[in-house]
Structure formats: structure tokens, C-alpha cells
Write a protein that binds this ligand. Structure first.
Ligand SMILES: *[C@@H]1O[C@H](CO)[C@@H](O)[C@H](O)[C@H]1NC(C)=O
Length: 162
């Protein structure tokens, strides 16, 4: 939305759809998994952060991981001068690199909806806010970076409803 890839009017529906998608995915995982397996895996909820001492590192990790992914998406698939046919590859590669780099630090969430659905299904809310704050800061950083510094001019029209 910040760089003109999404109409302002679609922002709320987009967020709600994302959260519903996360819920549906987590509910399906619960439906198809034997109960013991589901709970052994905490219903795919993030349990990486267990104590206060890990919080700062996890928020910073989510910020950085989300920033890398958001950069790949925005510059590879949306920004007119830099987007190209290899975007799906770049995006998939960014996700892979993010998980390998940050899986052990924060769980490599990169999207609050990914944390939200499983949190609901497993009733696991410990440090849940980390997965909203980190990704929001990371994507906001990328939005501002692209809109004001590295993006192309088209993106300046957004607040007129583009
Ligand atoms: C769940 O975890 C327990 C304890 O670690 C283990 O003994 C059991 O085999 C696991 N069950 C499944 C289905 O993975």
C-alpha cells in the first residue's frame, strides 16, 4: 500500500483476508493431524521465544527477515523499474534464506497472520506481539525506503486512492 501496490480501500479487507487465511490453514492442520502430533508441534504456533531475554533479539530478527522478504516482493514484483519475471524465484529464495537464518532466533514468521492463526488454534499467546511488532516495523521500513529513496516515481500517488 505504501508503495502503490495496493489500493488504500483494500488495506483492511487484505488484512482480514490474511488473518482468515492464517486461521483456515491452522484449522486444517489441526483437522488433519493426529492430536498428539498437533500438540507436539504446538499447533505450529511460534514457541521459539520462551523468555524475556530472547525478546529483543527476536523483534530485531523479525524486523530484518521481514525487511528482506518485503524488499524482494516490492522491488521484484511491484516497483516498475526493477520488477521482473524472476520475482517468484527471488521471493521464494528470500523466504528460504530467512527461515535458514532466523528460524532458531525468532521462528522466522515474517507475517502476523502466520503467527495469528496457529496462536488461535493452539491457544498459545506467549510473546505473540513479537510477531506483529517485528514484521510491521520491517515492512514499514521497506515501505518508507522504497517510497522515498529507492522506488520509482509512480508510487507517489498512493494517498489519492491508487
Ligand atoms: C510427542 O512427543 C512425545 C514426547 O517428546 C514423544 O514421546 C511422542 O513420540 C511424540 N508423538 C508424536 C506423534 O510425534
Amino acid at each position: 500500500m505504501l508503495i502503490g501496490g495496493l489500493n488504500l480501500a483494500m488495506l483492511l479487507p487484505y488484512w482480514i483476508s490474511q488473518l482468515c487465511g492464517g486461521l483456515i490453514g491452522a484449522a486444517l492442520a489441526k483437522a488433519v493431524s493426529p492430536e498428539e502430533r498437533f500438540w507436539n508441534a504446538s499447533g505450529a504456533a511460534f514457541v521459539t521465544v520462551r523468555e524475556q531475554g530472547q525478546v529483543r533479539g527476536a523483534v530485531v530478527a523479525e524486523l530484518i527477515l521481514t525487511a528482506l522478504l518485503a524488499l524482494a516482493v516490492c522491488m521484484g514484483a511491484i516497483n516498475e523499474k526493477t520488477r521482473g519475471p524472476l520475482a517468484p524465484f527471488s521471493i521464494g529464495f528470500a523466504v528460504t534464506a530467512d527461515i535458514l537464518a532466523g528460524g532458531a532466533v525468532s521462528g522466522a514468521c515474517m507475517n502476523p497472520a502466520r503467527a495469528f492463526g496457529p496462536a488461535v488454534m493452539a491457544s498459545h499467546w506467549d510473546f505473540h506481539w513479537v510477531y506483529w511488532l517485528g514484521p510491521l516495523l520491517g515492512s514499514l521500513l521497506v515501505g518508507v525506503l522504497i517510497r522515498f529513496i529507492i522506488g520509482d516515481g509512480k508510487t507517489r500517488l498512493i494517498f489519492k486512492g491508487r
